[in-house]
Design a protein around this ligand. Structure first.
Ligand code: 9MR
Length: 371
């Protein structure tokens, strides 16, 4: 009897060990950054826990899989300059030290954005004050990290869907040229850092045309712009591959790099016909809007794997033009999409699941290189 039970225990222990180690081996044997090392950087957005190395499972993956990081929130204005001319560089300094130690490049996100502004900025009336803030913020932050940050999203999301400039405190108080001026200031403060314009939906024809006009305007002013960041918040079941290809061609023709800066492919139904990453957008939920709260069906995981593989095949075709592909979060649990545009859903947009285990999308993308 005792022998029988010990055998059962033994078998259970062996299968547990092999289960744990097979999970580990599969995560360790293949690495995205190794696989694509001759093609483009592979980045990931990281949060405070991850910067401070307090998230052990994420820490392993970040170091093993990625050679670029973007701070998901901590370099945004409300965090880094919470009070007028009072800067808090603690977390950004930690991020830079973490990246240096692990031979990872940092993309600074972001110097000028209409959203997540410090409270003191939101109701500023005088154009002079906005100008002072604008110059001081860009100069102080960009110069502190010159060369330590590999690239900056100098301006984020300045465009409307029709390609015109978005209404914001900067447009309102500084006028049409504020984007050019942001790049001029960044160029002066950070001569050793690449300068990018970053936005969502700029693969779409109208918004893309607006981005091209903006980039041309910066170039015509004799100001440096090194690249454009297409955010890449898309839906796995509706990936705009043709628009993405057209965008790579058209942006590259301007002599700049193209990066995919915030990639995630949602598998959830959207309450909107058009995709948006505008963080102020919200929608109400109903039972049809959260179909996979108990797990991701294999058919959906496979559909997503195919979409990611199709995307990477295209990016490999244009590897000379594509500088970096950054995922917006380490694993599905971290994704902003669990709360956007409907709060409290369960989305699965990334390569690693809630147990940090690689999903079919991870393997299908690795396979695009295995021929
Ligand atoms: O992922 C970020 C989330 O944690 C923040 O709450 C949100 C607030 O604005 O910003 C998210 O990141 C955004 C990025 O900075 C700019 N493009 C859209 C991203 C997703 O909203």
């Amino acid at each position: 009897m005792i022998r029988k039970y010990s055998f059962i225990l033994f078998v259970a222990a062996i299968s547990l060990i092999s289960c744990i180690s097979s999970k580990k081996v599969s995560a360790q044997t293949t690495s995205l950054k190794e696989t694509f090392k001759n093609d483009f950087l592979i980045g990931v957005a990281i949060n405070v826990q991850q910067i401070e190395e307090k998230d052990a499972a994420a820490d392993v993956l970040i170091k093993q899989q990625f050679n670029a990081v973007t701070p998901e929130n901590i370099m945004k204005a409300e965090v880094i300059e919470p009070k007028w001319n009072t800067f808090n560089f603690d977390l950004a300094d930690k991020l830079v030290a973490f990246a240096q130690k692990n031979n990872i490049k940092v993309n600074g996100h972001t110097l000028i954005w209409h959203s997540q502004l410090p409270a003191f900025m939101r109701h500023m009336q005088s154009a002079d004050s906005v100008k002072q803030y604008f110059e001081n913020h860009i100069t102080t932050v960009a110069s502190r990290y010159d060369g330590k940050v590999y690239s900056w999203d100098v301006v984020n999301e300045a465009l409307n869907e029709d390609g015109t400039l978005r209404k914001s405190i900067f447009l309102d108080k500084l006028g049409d040229d504020y984007v050019v001026e942001a790049f001029r200031l960044a160029q002066k403060a950070a001569p050793h850092t690449k300068l990018y314009y970053n936005d969502y939906n700029i693969e779409q024809p109208k918004k893309r045309a607006g981005a091209i006009a903006l980039i041309k305007k910066i170039q015509a002013a004799g100001v440096r712009i090194d690249g454009v960041g297409i955010q890449g918040h898309w839906r796995a079941y509706n990936l705009p591959l043709n628009d993405i290809e057209e965008s790579i061609k058209e942006f590259s023709a301007l002599g700049i790099e193209v990066a995919f800066t915030e990639l995630d492919l949602s598998v959830l139904p959207s309450p909107f016909e058009k995709v948006t990453a505008d963080v102020s957008t919200t929608a109400k939920s109903d039972s049809t809007m959260n179909p996979y709260k108990n797990g991701l069906p294999d058919s959906v995981a496979q559909m997503q794997a195919k979409a990611y593989a199709d995307l990477f095949k295209l990016l490999l075709k244009y590897k000379k033009n594509v500088s970096r592909v950054t995922f917006w979060g380490v694993n599905d649990a971290q994704s902003w999409l669990n709360n956007f545009p409907i709060r409290g859903r369960t989305d699965y947009p990334l390569f690693f699941d809630r147990n940090f285990k690689p999903k079919p999308a991870f393997y299908s993308v690795i396979a695009t290189k295995e021929k």
